[in-house]
Write a protein that binds this ligand. Sequence first.
Ligand code: PLP
Length: 408
Amino acid sequence: MKKLPVIGQENNLTFEFKSLLDFANPIYLDNNATTQIDDDATNEIIKALEKNYANPSGIHNASKIVKHNILIARENVAGFIGCMPDEVIFTSGGTESINTVINSVIQTHYPRKKIITCVTEHGATLNRLKELEKLWSPKYDIVYLDVNQYGNFDINKLENMLSNNVQTNLLVTLMAANNETGTIHTNLDQAIQLSHKYGALFHIDAVQVAGKLSLKQYIDMGTDFLTVSGHKFHAPKGIGAIYVKSGIAFTPTIFGGSQESGKRAGTENVPGILALGAIAKKMPEASSYVKPLHEKFINMLSSKLPSIIINGGGVYGTINIGFKYVHREAMVLKLSEYGVYASVGSACANGIEVSHVLKAMCVSQEYIHGSVRFSLSKYTTEDEIIRAVEIIYRAYCEIRDISFGIMP
Ligand code: PLP
């Protein structure tokens, strides 16, 4: 009987290639999915679990200490966002924050029913809005902006949407940068001005720019809401925040105790909040650190593989590469075998279903199936980038050989 090939078999690898592999230290290039937690955040969590575990709502001294620590964390997060501490509501992450903004706005401003968004938004926005579309009374009018090949929307189309049935305008909700491609929505300042001119509120999903670009710029632009998620910038999973501009009416959607000034009931996630506070305090914008690594990655890979394309792009650290005539899952699994962790781009873009973002950008058939996202962080090193490029090159050649004749 013939021996079946074993996954991870290294026998046919050259000495030079083997020297690039380090299975004990994989190269993690999936930071848009989640990031490695920062030591300061871990220390805060340990302190909160081991020592400061009292319920902040109590009136004894142990509770008062925790309450005070939360106050400091809130100030740090407010400083990070560029707002006042009482404009911050802690939540469990990006998805809850985005859902809360939408739910609050529809309840506060019933029966206004027009919500404008973009086809390339994250599922947290699109799937919440899809649920609203199913309702009969009130029947919500969800209007979708399309995008050009770079992933940007047309500001004139937004104005047309806003100027039609003005009295029904409720909310415009757009991301600052796309999680799959890094495309920055460059015209958000104008979009905010137009939304306000036509009576709509504005929300920015800033999940993929927090820790990478200044959030204060969006506050200065006048956004009414902004949402962030801790695990995307080295805080733990399960903690996020919403900025609600002072004076903007907010209807809670979770009821119970009076935590978060009554805006989000439930005993606080103290370890998460303190960890987020610690990160917010120290977090410089990582873009300047990853910029040279980002550029090196693209320059090296495109000189080894001139057939690749870059899908979108804008935020340093997010690189979506279209590989010609291969399947993205085959690429990601092969890379994983060699200790490089990347991503197919989004949780819903698996199997034969292509990414809704790349589809909206009209990425060609030759590339859309073979698009892989590499995302960097402050922990990515130059050596990792150099090794990753060699490994990606080899993985592509192997997969291309297998796919030949199968892929279009
Ligand atoms: N918005 C964007 C742009 C995201 O990338 C993500 C997560 O990938 C979310 C929202 C949801 O955030 P969370 O994972 O904290 O629920």
